[in-house]
Design a protein around this ligand. Structure first.
Ligand code: F0G
Length: 454
């Protein structure tokens, strides 16, 4: 087949409300140029996040009805647990209401003042949960990962030499080693099986437990299968099992590669740690057989996990972003290459060199995409990372706009609309103006701050 088609047909639809440019200009002004403040009914193509935004399958909707809402010992939990363990062979599977709840429990047990927790790149909730315990979250990404134009096949990899140096120098201060697959904060770039093995081996050599943030494990396995030497004959399930066999535990948001609208888990091999985690779970999430979820959510996740490893789905999933990136690159639009698993990252710093970082080129670009074509993306740059704990501002390394693809939601003509809109904004890029912050909370300002055009 020449065209990689959406490997599903649609049996339930939601209308998209069309808006005019004039309406969108008024909506933007009313939202003070913060896209988080725009009601979703005013968005044509919503690429704010791929988290919790997937379309469930008919089988998942069916599974919801099978959900058993017993407080303790629900069969929904048994189905959930065996679906997780089928892919990730951990001894203890502890459900949580979403990924950050698993992180909060894990780092409450392992974090603390003066400690350092290394990863390829921590996602911001992971970083937040580590820092909330007084520990430092340290990113040790390979150099190629910082270069938007590098075509390294595994730009999400851990820098093994720097990890080794850290462990050798600060052994007593490092309670565990982490790895995020795929590497969301640095472009949805994958981590190779080789790099996972090398990270695990180093952690073992220094006697440290090794945890994987596995939110996008299936996309990562697809990249291993298609890009890593000697992997193309293996099934996705085989690769996934091997990846997690190297780890001592994992945190997971089922809102990504669980195909669910809510949910997550913490998985562990260590008996003592698992027992402490369950005690905390009961305090903050719920009984260990539901962990803050309804029984029906557990069933939706169990079914979702059997669908996410489907190769036809993964081929189409990754192809959508490649298709967009190829067309943007052909037209000279600066984007992060190669295409990531869950998102396209536009390089606003390169596209809008006339806008200084602290006038937020990413925010200007995100607003222009909305005005032009009703597309909602997310700034990942100086708005998100520029505000320092002492209240001062510092430019972020990169100024990206992330266009994150909800799973199984949009079609190829929607992707074409994203391309056309981005090209139209690129054409008139010289006329885009920067932004200034007119009102901001003291932290995590990107969610609620207000802007005005410069
Ligand atoms: N880890 C990674 C790599 C993530 O991308 C996310 C969420 C989390 C952990 C936290 O999971 O949302 O279920 O609590 N990422 C979303 C995003 C919010 O838009 O990238 P959660």
């Amino acid at each position: 087949m020449k065209t990689i088609i959406e490997p599903f047909r649609i049996k339930s639809v939601e209308p998209i409300r069309m808006t005019t440019r004039d309406e969108r200009q008024a909506i933007l002004a009313k939202a003070h140029y913060n896209l988080f403040s725009i009601p979703s009914r005013d968005v044509l193509i919503d690429l704010l996040t791929d988290s919790g935004t997937a379309a469930m399958s008919a089988e998942q909707w069916g599974a919801l009805m099978r959900g058993d809402e017993s407080y303790a010992g629900s069969p929904s939990f048994e189905r959930f647990e065996s679906a997780v363990r089928n892919l990730m062979p951990f001894r203890h599977i502890i459900p949580t209401h979403q990924g950050r709840a698993a992180e909060a429990i894990l780092f409450n047990l392992l974090g603390g003042p003066g400690l350092i927790i290394p990863s390829n790149t921590h996602f911001d909730t992971t970083r937040g949960n580590i820092e909330a315990t007084g520990a430092e979250a340290r990113d040790l990404l390979i150099a190629e990962g910082h270069d938007p134009q590098s075509l390294h096949p595994f730009k999400g990899n851990m820098d093994i030499a720097r990890l080794e140096a850290l462990l050798a120098k600060e052994q007593a201060s490092v309670p565990c080693v982490m790895l995020t697959i795929t590497n969301n904060a640095s472009g949805g770039q994958p981590v190779s099986l080789d790099n996972i093995k090398a990270t695990a081996a180093l952690a073992r050599r220094f006697g440290k437990p090794f945890f994987i943030d596995g939110c996008r494990f299936a996309e990562n396995a697809w990249f291993i299968k298609t890009r890593e030497a000697g992997q193309d004959q293996r099934s996705i399930v085989e690769i996934v099992r091997e990846v997690f066999a190297h780890a001592d535990g994992m945190t997971m948001s089922a809102k990504k590669d669980g195909f669910a609208n809510i949910g997550g888990w913490l998985a562990l091999n260590d008996e003592t740690l698992a027992s402490e985690a369950r005690s905390r779970l009961i305090l903050t999430e719920g009984f260990p057989t539901y962990g803050g979820l309804a029984g029906r959510d557990l069933d939706a996740i169990a079914q979702g996990l059997s669908e996410i490893v489907d190769e036809d789905y993964l081929r189409y999933r990754v192809r959508v972003n490649e298709y967009i990136v190829e067309r943007l690159v052909d037209a000279g639009v600066p984007v992060m290459r190669p295409a990531g698993g869950h998102a396209v990252f536009l390089d606003a710093k390169a596209m809008l060199p006339h806008i200084p970082s602290l006038e937020y080129p990413g925010q200007a670009l995100a607003c222009a995409l909305y005005e032009e074509g009703g597309i909602r993306g997310c700034e990942i740059g100086s708005v998100m990372f520029g505000l320092q704990p002492d209240g001062s501002e510092k430019a972020a390394d990169m100024e990206y706009v992330r266009l994150a693809m909800p799973r199984r939601v949009y079609t190829q003509s929607h992707a074409d609309h994203v391309i056309e809109t981005t090209l139209a904004v690129h054409e008139r890029r010289a006329g885009l103006r920067g932004m200034r912050v007119s009102k901001a909370p003291i932290r995590l300002r990107h969610f609620t701050c207000q802007f005005e055009p410069v």
